[in-house]
Design a protein around this ligand. Sequence first.
Ligand code: C2E
Ligand code: CA
Ligand code: CA
Ligand code: CA
Length: 279
Amino acid sequence: AKSTGHNLYFVYENHMADNINAHLTLGGGLRKAIENEEFELHYQPKVALPDENVVGAEALIRWNHPDLGMVSPAKFIPLAEESGLILPLGEWVIRRACRQLQEWREKGYPAICLSVNLSSRQFMQADLVDMVQAILEETGVDPAYLELELTESMLMTDAKQSIEKLHSFRKLGLTLSIDDFGTGYSSLSYLKKFPIQTLKIDRSFIHDIGIDSDNDAIVKATIAMAKSLNLKVIAEGVEHRSQVNALGGYDCQEVQGYLYSKPLPSDDFVQFMQKQVGH
Ligand code: C2E
Ligand code: CA
Ligand code: CA
Ligand code: CA
């Protein structure tokens, strides 16, 4: 028993050291990674119900690390937030997304709406609106095709200032979406004080559709209420046909999830869209 305890202790310590090493490696690598262009955006289709046509995509960042391979944003976004590198990284994401929209437009593909995720530190950045405006001008993107995904907690930190910022984005012509809806504490009626157009229901609610009847009641009521407030509703994390059937029955306008496709590199995403055209 003594030796087991001893071993466990070392296992634990090594594990901690691994975490610290990974932390330092990732954190130090982030700075260089921006210069070395190790990041890419992948695109996950959003489809409209009931026809299931692709009407949009969410841009999700990927880090193609020279030694570690693909690193998940769940790992490095928090590090980038802590170090402040999220600001240049976040700017890179918006520019890359806008350039992508222009590239698709120049190739004559049907126009789709592209959404990008903002982090909280990025949202608090004083010159965020000016930066986005400059990128729109530089790339020539029609702002109607760019959507920002924001979380409730991001908006609630300083509600008054958030509302102002959102109004500035609306003046630029962007669309605004609440991501992970239902995981925060805000009510829909309070959220309506914010000039938003879209609600994205968190995937934890979608996961439990058909499993838990209380959950279904919440999803159904959320969609109905959003509709009466003139908000578009999209469900994320859709993996099963039964979920689409239920969501369609509740009048959910759009869905996104592995059932249709995981996030794809741009070429694969274009192929996915083109396959849909004949369908
Ligand atoms: P999120 O914004 O909630 O993005 C949805 C996540 O769910 C993505 O993970 C996506 O790949 C995953 N997903 C999509 N469909 C399904 C499904 O059917 N089932 C399941 N289980 N998962 C699904 P990903 O790409 O690993 O991103 C994780 C989080 O990292 C994002 O959550 C977002 O908060 C953050 N993130 C990603 N890209 C960016 C970015 O460019 N900027 C910022 N600030 N955050 C980002
Ligand atoms: Ca999102
Ligand atoms: Ca989400
Ligand atoms: Ca999330």
